[in-house]
Design a protein. Structure first.
Length: 350
């Protein structure tokens, strides 16, 4: 652990935290958890005033303040991070098909917007910034993954180019967050409730499975353990899309659902990768997490001609194909830990 971390112990209690994309699935879950932990204040930054109004009514806590703006607008970001101790950067364009059709919009939000957040936070003297990335940033084949990969590079470049900065910039990378915006689980539930067949893109497609609460824990882990430029991954199980669909159906009393295969959508992979082979070579295994440290070498490549890079032969990527694969029953158990799923089942039973 670095001297910077040891000499500046982090405490969330009584701190001010800015959450970009704060009205989204992750942001609102993060906000509720911070309030339970005794945070001093939360700045919710987003561009959707209707969602902000709904969140204001739902939470009703004087510690939460709302800022209308867009990460593309640097001035609006500056106002939202002023006086903050920590920043969670969750704002992004996350839908793979949308980014495929409008890649220039993904660049503006995911790359330029992230740059604006990092620069504003550093200028404001924020202690720590954690940016949320995705498994789709590893070996990216779609625009969303490509822009998230560039977001990672932007964060790492700041850490590399500003070694004396008092702002620690770190990254978290995670797989599918169950029941978040864009999750297929609500779609499966809606299809079951209306008597429609479950639509699968490709039954053998595998995806990591993580709850919103686990994704929040990953961000806390980054805050408490990060050196500048670090990237953290939470180890997670996976299932095939068919297993997930059958698990959802079984929870609703249908052990033999009608399934219709519609084919992969634009930019979808058969399997996702959370940690690449090159990253695994230098990754630190922290039990439930992997920490991938920053490559802090300078542009003076001649210094490395003799030593070179560590060879990656015999090291595997960490993927949704080779991680712990869940059965239908195991997937059901995991689904029952999601409050929204348990609530729907309870309403049906009642």
């Amino acid at each position: 652990m670095s001297e910077k971390i040891l000499s500046n112990p982090i405490s969330i209690s009584d701190s001010v935290v800015t959450i970009t994309g704060g009205t989204g699935s992750f942001g609102s879950t993060m906000a509720m958890d911070l309030l339970r932990k005794g945070v001093g204040g939360i700045n919710i930054f987003s561009r959707d005033e209707a969602k902000q109004d709904a969140m204001r009514r739902r939470i009703d806590d004087v510690r939460v303040h709302y800022f209308i703006g867009d990460v593309r607008d640097a001035d609006s970001v500056k106002r939202a991070v002023r006086g903050a101790d920590f920043v969670f950067h969750a704002a992004a364009l996350k839908q793979v098909p949308s980014c495929e059709f409008f890649p220039e919009q993904a660049v503006k939000t995911n790359v330029r917007g992230s740059y604006n957040v990092i620069e504003a936070a550093a200028s404001a003297g924020v202690r720590s910034v954690v940016l949320l990335s995705t498994d789709k940033a590893v070996y990216p084949v779609n625009a969303m993954g490509m822009t998230k990969a560039l977001m990672e590079k932007t964060a790492q470049a700041f850490a590399r180019n500003n070694p004396k900065s008092t702002t620690t910039v770190a990254l978290t990378r995670y797989g599918n967050v169950m029941y978040s915006r864009g999750s297929v689980i609500p779609l499966f539930i809606q299809q079951l409730q209306t008597g429609k067949p479950l639509t699968l893109t490709e039954p053998l497609m595998t995806r990591f499975l993580m709850s919103l609460e686990q994704s929040v824990d990953l961000v806390y882990h980054a805050f408490f353990h990060a050196a500048p430029g670090d990237l953290f991954v939470r180890k997670a199980p996976a299932s095939t899309v068919e297993t997930l669909a059958r698990a959802v159906a079984s929870l609703f009393g249908n052990d033999d659902p009608e399934i219709r295969v519609i084919g992969a959508r634009h930019g979808e992979k058969l399997h996702e990768t959370l940690v690449s082979r090159a990253e695994m070579v230098k990754a630190e295994d922290q039990g439930g997490y992997f920490r991938v440290p920053l490559d802090s070498r300078s542009l003076q490549y001649e210094l490395y001609f003799e030593d070179g890079e560590t060879r990656t032969a015999g090291v595997n990527d960490y993927t949704s194909e080779n991680t712990n694969r869940l059965s239908v029953e195991q997937t059901k158990d995991l689904l029952l830990t999601i409050p929204e799923v348990a609530a729907v089942i309870e309403r049906i039973v009642a």
